[in-house]
Design a protein around this ligand. Structure first.
Ligand SMILES: [Ca+2]
Ligand SMILES: [Ca+2]
Length: 92
């Protein structure tokens, strides 16, 4: 039974919406047209599960794209979220 619980925990963690947490793709790798901003379609090319709403939540200047600063803030939040899930696991 203990082994089964461990497998379930790993599966739940793998499905956590932390597309860019930890060693995710670099800003420059996602910015395929190299204009210095990440559009929703550029982000979805590497992380199809990311929604327009999720991008908008971190789009501080509301230009519909993420600057590197905005993107870093998003990554920090995702890292924080996944750390919390690992420690408490209370969301599942
Ligand atoms: Ca771009
Ligand atoms: Ca922006």
């Amino acid at each position: 039974m203990k082994k089964l619980a461990t497998i379930t925990t790993i599966a739940a963690f793998a499905m956590a919406p932390a597309a860019f947490a930890g060693t995710g793709p670099a800003f420059a790798d996602i910015d395929t047209n190299a204009d210095g901003f990440l559009s929703v379609s550029e982000i979805q090319a590497v992380a199809p599960e990311v929604t327009e709403e999720e991008v908008a939540a971190y789009d501080a200047d509301a230009d519909s794209m993420l600057s590197e600063v905005e993107f870093e803030a998003w990554k920090m939040d995702q890292k924080k979220d996944s750390d919390t899930e690992t420690e408490t696991n209370s969301d599942y």
